[in-house]
Design a protein around this ligand. Structure first.
Ligand code: HEC
Length: 153
């Protein structure tokens, strides 16, 4: 943008009434803060995927969910309509309408980001309920990652 263009833009802004300018400023700052809210989680903080191979939901993953998730995400009134008691449901997700597990991509799977506390307000189990529901250990998150990366069978 050269000096003349910049001058024209400034002149245009001056023709917008003050009340509208305030609204525009408000909308812009709202969009900036919404952007910050949706900031990409820092996946460098994820525990590494375990080396274990041949993993399946029934054998390796379901038992991990039992203590920490099943009370809230089981058959009875599941929170956010999300259930972890079957492979299909655990992958599908709940009322967010977003898949909880993206087979092959553990670092993009919301479930992994939530259990690793990388998404504010979506830490799972919820931070204020951890006296009853223990959070998963880094090694357990590593096992879930390995399962997802191997295709979430
Ligand atoms: C004390 C109850 C509780 C426990 C325990 C719990 N959650 Fe949640 N979970 C919630 C609530 C409440 C929401 C909805 C949060 C929101 O949308 O603000 C939720 C939402 C979710 C979602 C988003 C579902 C969707 O698509 O809407 C996922 C994924 C999830 N939980 C995974 C887990 C996992 C995995 C565990 C176990 C490690 C777990 N949760 C343990 C209460 C719980």
């Amino acid at each position: 943008m050269n000096f003349f263009d910049a001058w024209c833009v400034l002149k245009k802004i001056n023709t917008i009434p003050m009340s509208k300018r305030i609204v525009i400023a408000g909308i812009s700052s709202l969009m900036i803060s919404l952007n910050a809210f949706a900031a990409d989680p820092d996946i460098s903080k994820l525990p590494p995927a375990a080396k274990q191979t041949g993993m399946t939901y029934d054998k390796d993953i379901k038992p991990l969910f039992e203590k920490s998730c099943l009370k809230c995400h089981g058959p009875e009134k599941p929170k956010s309509k999300y259930r972890v008691d079957s492979r299909e449901a655990a992958i599908k997700g709940g009322s967010s309408d977003e898949a909880a597990v993206i087979p092959g991509k553990s670092e993009k799977s919301p479930l992994v980001l939530y259990v690793a506390d990388l998404v504010e307000e979506m830490e799972m189990p919820p931070k204020d309920k951890r006296d009853q529901y223990p959070p998963l250990k880094p090694e357990q998150i590593g096992l879930i990652r390995a399962w997802i990366d191997q295709g979430a069978k």
